[in-house]
Ligand binder design. Structure first.
Ligand SMILES: Cc1cc2nc3c(=O)[nH]c(=O)nc-3n(C[C@H](O)[C@H](O)[C@H](O)COP(=O)(O)OP(=O)(O)OC[C@H]3O[C@@H](n4cnc5c(N)ncnc54)[C@H](O)[C@@H]3O)c2cc1C
Length: 428
């Protein structure tokens, strides 16, 4: 999110300094990895669809700019993998999804019973579920690692600065502006920057970083560990599959699966990458497979439990059964897994907002936080919102306004109020 806001500002001719505590190789952070689901399907005025579609447009601008500096070296396919996005759900959600279909223009196919499942997707749907697929250019997966690399390249081409290995240790504000204290993580050298405008986008570290300035964010943004597991078909199995089955398997991803009827069973899965033979590395995780964090810095290295690996395996196989893929548990090999972190607001909607400082809106301090499981698909649009705030740039457009409002200042003020009411109740 920070790279995205910095890129939008650099693109508009501002001189930006991006402070990043990691090196230019990203090893921890919510954006770690090569694939996230990028999807557009949604009803009228759906902010998530807007954020995805706007990000696609802004990604085209980024690629076009990079190709002016390095002709024919950058392409949208470096960032996006277009692939049908599958939503497989419990029938209890069918009516609302059918309403959404009638309100939107994306191309979708839906199977609501066994016959339609067979005809449209060669699937074996039980009575309780329906399956919808979205077909749209650049819906599929987005690669966070690639888009960060490209934004950093573009920021530097525009003459702005990225200071890697620079950890911000303190942010304070007084009448003369912001004082940012930082440390070089290699040399331990300390440095201070004085500036009049700051965007804070430290992912799970936002609360900690804002403690000396706007401490309420630490209470408004919760952090939770989530895990992802990676599986692959054994080489012997993959190599003996017919091409049509291989294609069917790959086309079945990415998938958002909420058929189990519980939040804990809800899962997302996607193809993270493919080996030389085309054998996909399948990633699976659950938005509600959350656990407490004991020490944030080491969370990314925390091993998965046997139960977590088994949960992952079970849900891959369960989905394959629905889509009639005759592949057994014995054919599936667990490759690896890692722990990651979600930052969450109470209603799980991100904050892209000026902070409330000294009792009023402070347009010089913008926070991008609590991006939970929705940050990647809208990454460039979130950055654009932050960049517009800091420049006090007004943008017309109903969907832009709806999104800005849902993520923005009035909602922040309400959340701060609710927080103080809860604390007051507790103290009585
Ligand atoms: C397992 C998982 C699956 C997900 N799936 C999807 C999906 O399918 N689709 C989707 O759209 N989204 C998905 N998301 C959400 C998305 O990945 C996140 O919302 C997004 O990556 C958050 O980005 P961020 O910039 O807020 O945080 P981060 O990527 O954590 O960025 C914060 C940056 O700040 C730096 N930093 C922190 N503290 C300091 C400091 N003191 N000084 C300097 N630098 C600092 C960090 O090094 C890091 O680079 C998923 C997330 C997870 C974890």
């Amino acid at each position: 999110m920070g790279s995205s806001a910095a890129w939008q500002l650099a693109d508009e001719g501002l001189k930006v300094t991006l402070l990043e505590k990691q090196s230019n190789i990203y090893t921890s952070g919510s954006s770690l990895g090569e694939a996230r689901i990028a999807r557009s399907f949604g009803g009228k005025n759906d902010k998530w669809s807007y954020l995805h579609n706007r990000t696609v447009d802004l990604a085209k601008n980024l690629i076009a700019y990079l190709n002016t500096t390095e002709p024919d070296s950058h392409s949208m396919t470096d960032i996006y993998n277009t692939s049908p996005v599958t939503y497989i759900r419990n029938k209890s959600r069918l009516e609302s999804v059918q309403n959404q279909i009638s309100e939107q223009t994306d191309s979708v196919l839906i199977a609501t019973n066994m016959e339609e499942g067979l005809e449209l997707f060669d699937a074996n749907l039980p009575d309780s579920v329906f399956l919808l697929r979205e077909y749209k250019e650049f819906s599929g997966t987005i690669n966070p690692s690639k888009i960060i690399q490209k934004m950093h390249l573009a920021i530097q081409h525009k003459g702005s600065t990225i200071s890697y290995n620079t950890k911000v240790t303190k942010l304070v504000k007084d009448k003369s502006g912001f004082k940012i204290e930082m440390i070089d993580t290699y040399s331990n050298e300390k440095k201070i920057i004085l500036t009049d405008k700051v965007i804070v986008a430290a992912g799970p570290y936002n609360g900690e970083l804002l403690l000396n300035t706007v401490p309420y964010f630490d209470k408004l943004i919760d952090i939770k560990r989530v895990f992802v597991s990676f599986f692959r078909l054994k080489a012997d199995t993959w190599n003996t599959l017919e091409d049509s089955i291989k294609e069917k398997l790959v086309d079945a991803y990415p998938c958002i699966n909420s058929t189990s009827g519980t939040r804990e069973g809800a899962n997302f899965s996607m193809v993270e990458s493919r080996d030389d033979t085309g054998n996909p590395l399948i990633k699976i995780g659950g938005h509600f497979q959350r656990s407490e964090i004991h020490e944030l810095d080491s969370t990314w290295k925390q091993k998965l439990s046997e139960e977590e690996i088994e949960w992952s395996r079970k849900h891959i196989l369960r989905y394959w059964k629905f889509i009639d893929l005759d592949i057994d548990n014995d054919d599936l090999k667990y490759e690896s897994g890692y722990s990651c972190v979600y930052s969450l607001s109470k209603n799980e909607v991100p904050y892209i907002t000026p902070a409330k400082f000294d009792g009023k809106m402070d347009p010089s301090l913008i926070v991008l936080g609590a991006l939970s499981g929705v940050g990647a698909k809208g990454c460039l649009a979130y950055g654009e919102l932050a960049a517009n705030y800091i420049q006090d740039k007004k943008i017309a457009g109903e969907l832009y306004q709806i999104t800005k409002e849902a993520l923005g200042y009035d909602r922040l003020v309400n959340d701060i109020l609710a927080l103080s009411e809860t604390e007051e109740t507790k103290s009585h």
